[in-house]
Each structure stands twice: as C-alpha cells, then as structure tokens.
Ligand binder design. Sequence first.
Ligand code: TXA
Ligand code: MG
Length: 359
Amino acid sequence: MFKNTIIKKINEDDPLADISVISEAAKIIKNGGLVAFPTETVYGLGANGFNPEAVKKIFLAKGRPQDNPLILHISEFEMINQIARDLPDAAFALAKAFWPGPLTLILNKKASVPYETSSGLETVAVRFPENKTARLLIEKSETPIAAPSANLSGRPSPTRASHVEFDLSGKIDMIIDGGCCKHGIESTIADLTGDIPVILRPGSITPEMIREITGKCIVSEPHDTETPKAPGMKYTHYSPQAMVTIVTGSADAAADTINKLIQKNSGMKTGIMATEETMGMYSKNALILCAGSRSDPETIGRNLFKLLRKFDYYGIEQVYAEGLTEIGVAASVMNRLKKAAGYDIIDARCHLDGDIDTK
Ligand code: TXA
Ligand code: MG
C-alpha cells in the first residue's frame, strides 16, 4: 500500500529547536506507524518495539527476513529494565564506558518484548544511541523503539535521509532528516549472554576497547559457525548493483594493480573507491571517488555506504575498492566492504609483477 511519506528536516545540533517535528514523529510511533530517524551510526527505521503489529510493518517495508531480530533503542539507561533481565556486570561496565554510543548489547529478554521484535529469540538487542534526535524521539514516544537500518534489505545502510527516501519512500510514514551520520557503519554488537562477551558484529567500538573494560572478549568470525548468533549476519549485505572487488596492499601497489585490472576490463563501466593517498595515481577512464584517508579509517567508514550508493547512481558495473589494513576501526570498515564485495579480494602484492586473472 502506497503511503505519503512525510520528510522533515531537523536542526541536528539542537533538535529541541524543532520539537514540533519530533512530536509529529512520536505521535506516528505511538499510533503504530514507521519513522526513519538519524543515529550516530546509520539511519534507523523505527516502530514501537512493544507493538507487534507495528514491528511487523518494519519487516514488510524493508523486505526483511522474519528470522532477523531487531535492536531496541532506549533514551536513558534505566529503560533497559523494561526489556532485559539478569544484567551481568559487564553490561553495567560497558554501558558506563560506551553509552550513549555505537554499542549494542545482547541480553536475556523480559517477557514484555514481543517475539515479533526478537524474532522468536529469548534474547534482546539493546542500544542507547548518542544522537540527540534519536534520543528525543524515543523519549517523546515513551517506548523503546525497534529499529533496523532504514534500507531495503540487502542494500547498503543509509547514512543520510536521501538514502532512506530512495529505498523506502511511499512505504513508511515519515523520515526525519538529521544530516549525515557521524560513524557511517552500524553499531558494534556484543553478546553478553555467555561467560565471555562475544562480538557478533564489529563497529566503531573495537574489541580492544571492549577488552579494556571486560578483560576478555571473543570476536565471532562470520563463517565460523553454521548458525551465526546474530541471525542477520548470514544474509547478503550492503550489495550495490555493481560487482565489487577489493584490492589489498600498500597505496602504490593497490593503485597499480587496479590500473592494470581496468586495462584488462575496458568496455565495462568501472568505478574506483580510492583514498586521498592514491587519488592522483589512477588512469582517468573510470569514475574515481575518494573514500577518505588511509590514515583515518573513521572517515572511510563515514563515506563507505554513500559511495557504494553513488556508484549505482552512475550505473557503474564494476567497482575496485582499495582494502585497508585490518586493525582497530579499519577492521570494522573492512568487514562491511568485504560483505559488499561478496569476499572478492585480490592481494596486490601477489599480482604486481605477474599477470592478473580476471573472472
Ligand atoms: O547501528 C545500528 O545498530 C543500527 C542503528 C539504526 O541503530 N541498527 C542496525 O540494525 O544496524 P540492523 O537490524 O540492521 O542490524 C541488527 C543486527 C542484525 O544482524 C540482527 O540479526 C542482530 O543485530 N540482532 C538483533 N537482535 C539480536 C539478538 N537477540 N541476538 C543476536 N543478534 C541480534
Ligand atoms: Mg541492517
């Protein structure tokens, strides 16, 4: 059913100045509707997390598989008691260190959380976002807000309102335009239901940062179990229309390899996800977009999904993206890029002097 999607801008630094926009959005949430809103990671598609009928609409609008549970967003720490039980010490310690912020905790759920939200699980994902608009919306809606990323399932997560509009206009009630997202990749997910915290999805809060608080933590590898603990991790993610190939290695080696690959593939509409360090190194017969600096992976995280969408906009068929050395936040950025590429990765060091095999 087609909906007239309301789009309203908000003063992102001072959302209280646009309180009428928040009130309008909160009314929609209270009435069981869907509102897309900015967070510091990516835009979320929100509904009343306690209302099964409202939550079902999220799955319908996104085309999201039913077995992929939603994160509940809260606007103050105490709200956690409405949805989770038996909080371990690590939950208090991690919340103290990183909330509000880009960290989601998996905890045992209370009966109040409908199985529509948790996709039948006895656990619940809880996040206390830093973004002021998000918090004000939750507060005014007077309920935890269930919100996945506000993209069509399988598409890159939205980091600005126009991305949400492109994917979901006509399917949801309202989009709050709060500008660009600060981090640009989704929150770190830490499962606290076992003895040792397990990172199910890497993000801006790194394993090193978590270990500093909890002592130990395990990073779950995407392919290391048959049934991933974060059900969403088994689905195709962040896929642009174009094929994406990652080329790892130093700036010089990656640029050289990508130039050779483009020569071989001439005839294809090609894009390059370059970095500040390599922008001048490419031949001009490709759409060259700069993701940020290799020395500042946070900026690359901020731009990644936007660039993937931009390549689609220009009808690019093959994207070559420079890989980053996987440490700290760069490892989280690479986690998203590898999924976008379907794990198609070329090591520039192995191909510099030799011939390059292309599929
Ligand atoms: O940054 C974020 O986390 C954004 C913003 C909007 O807050 N949200 C987000 O939601 O990325 P979504 O639905 O796109 O990703 C949530 C992930 C999915 O992989 C899902 O399977 C996992 O969290 N998840 C949710 N509840 C879970 C649970 N109880 N146990 C394990 N994984 C869970
Ligand atoms: Mg998502």
